[in-house]
Design a protein. Structure first.
Length: 277
């Protein structure tokens, strides 16, 4: 079996996975929801799972054996992918916490059963067509197509990984700036609270003033950070569900909301997407 054919299958299955995820989530949310983390229209985890299904389950013979092997294999792949991406980028792209029989929100029995069924569809329904496609292609064309796909995919992965790293750095810098400004204000608030200790109303007003300052500064710093995002970083940030680190989770959510507001405002005012950094 040629490596070029395997990679073409991987890309095609990744595209099919992206189409499925995007259509399903868009219908569920009643709005366009691009489910790919990468810039291209593909979800690599589907491509990896499908190719492993073809390589490892093709000789099992029994449909039940294929089903259970795909169900177990998808659970391992999904859990490992979720854990690895979270460790590297502190972000979450799917969360099954609200579904029954889930493990740490990374996998759940209903989805694993669904992927077991999908393994049967891939192996017996789609893969024969994939084989005909790659067999139809001349050897040179097949290898050239695989190399082109590989170059585009590698560049996409590199740009996305760099954007995720920069987003985390921006979150850290934003938190430091907010903490610095709040610390300075907090010292002044403590001093004023001591002076107004006998006046309960004055102390309450001072507390409210401090809370308003903290909220205002947080909004301002989040707005500044969002304005520095390029379109790749904005795309990657929007693709994530949340961040695992508590501080990152709150700021990340605020940044996503601010980004959605800016894009919505841009559409209403006729601003092109490229103009919103």
């Amino acid at each position: 079996m040629q490596v070029s054919a395997l990679f073409i299958w991987f890309i095609l299955y990744s595209i099919i996975g992206w189409v499925y995820e995007t259509v399903y989530c868009s219908i569920k949310s009643l709005k366009w929801d691009n489910r790919g983390i990468l810039m291209g229209p593909y979800c690599p985890i589907y491509g990896v799972g499908a190719v492993l299904d073809v390589l490892l389950c093709g000789g099992l013979g029994s449909g039940w054996a294929v089903f259970f092997a795909c169900m177990a294999g998808s659970a391992v792949l999904e859990y490992a992918t979720s854990y690895g991406m979270e460790r590297m980028f502190h972000a979450v792209w799917w969360d099954y916490s609200d579904l029954p029989l889930n493990l740490h929100g990374r996998i759940c029995l209903p989805c694993s059963v669904g992927f077991g069924v999908a393994g049967l569809v891939v192996l017996y329904g789609i893969q024969p067509f994939m084989v005909r496609v790659t067999d139809w292609m001349p050897r040179d064309i097949q290898e050239l197509a695989a190399l082109l796909f590989m170059a585009v995919f590698a560049a996409d992965c590199a740009l996305t990984a760099d954007s995720l790293t920069q987003i985390n750095e921006k979150l850290e810098a934003t938190m430091r700036e907010i903490d610095t400004q709040i610390a300075e204000k907090y010292e002044a608030w403590i001093e004023n609270s001591r002076q107004n200790l006998s006046d309960g109303l004055a102390a309450l007003k001072e507390k409210i003033s401090f809370d308003e300052f903290r909220e205002r500064r947080t909004k301002e710093e989040v707005g500044k950070t969002v304005s520095t995002l390029n379109w790749i970083q904005a795309r990657v940030l929007k693709s994530s569900i949340s961040f695992r680190l508590p501080a990152h989770k709150e700021l990340g959510s605020r940044m996503k909301n601010a980004l959605s507001f800016r894009r919505g405002k841009g559409k209403r005012e006729g601003i092109k997407g490229e103009d919103i950094k």
